[in-house]
Design a protein around this ligand. Structure first.
Ligand SMILES: [Zn+2]
Length: 205
């Protein structure tokens, strides 16, 4: 090899290395941009979904209701929920909602929303395969706090000791005469448990 040939080989090697480096940079740069774009799309999708859910929520109530008032009512209800900080099945995951069937707090991976009811995925079959009916509806302003406490204790006992699911929900109704929103506690049970739960609920009247 003479000097001229050596230089030629070196230049060729340098050129090759430069090409490889450019290739790698372009590949990762492209990947990075794609990830950014995906993240942005996810964000848009998420906020659209949230807005849709809010609209859905509002649609279920009479349109004349002031959304601010409704928001305040919902916030108040949330405050009284006392959500534990972690999922019962994943101690590392923050809990987002309580399951309407078991009453336990679950993370976002473990719980799913069915219309207005949050149900743990592991109880979804039970929820979907059952025939539910409203057993009673208690106006909150006429219901003693003690009755509500006993109600939620009864729910928890029936589920833990007998495997009978009882769903306790909050509902809002508009009282046209009084021009205000009234909140109700609604007790929902499976048709086959109706009479049994009704007996257990004798303390309500
Ligand atoms: Zn979980």
């Amino acid at each position: 090899l003479n000097n001229e040939q050596l230089i030629f080989v070196l230049v060729a090697i340098l050129l090759l290395i430069t090409l490889v480096v450019i290739g790698v940079l372009v590949y990762f740069g492209h990947r990075f941009l794609r990830l950014k774009e995906l993240e942005r799309l996810n964000q848009i999708q998420k906020s659209t979904k949230e807005t849709m859910e809010e609209i859905q929520d509002l649609k279920q109530v009479d349109k004349t209701v002031d959304p601010e008032l409704l928001k305040a009512l919902r916030a108040k209800h949330k405050d009284t929920e006392h959500l534990a900080s972690v999922c019962v099945d994943h101690p590392d995951e923050p809990a987002v909602k309580r399951c309407a069937i078991s009453g336990d707090p679950f993370c976002e991976h473990c719980i799913t929303r069915q219309n207005d009811t949050w149900v743990a995925r592991k109880y979804l079959d039970l929820f979907l395969d059952s025939d539910w009916e409203e057993l009673m509806m208690l106006p909150d302003h006429k219901t003693e706090h003690d009755v509500k406490t006993r109600l939620s204790k009864m729910k928890s006992d029936l589920w833990k000791k007998k495997g009978i699911p009882v769903i306790i929900q909050s509902n809002y109704k508009i009282n046209v005469e009084e021009d205000e929103i009234e909140s109700y506690t609604v007790v929902v049970v499976r048709q086959e448990d109706r009479n049994y739960v009704k007996k257990e609920l004798s303390f309500v009247h």
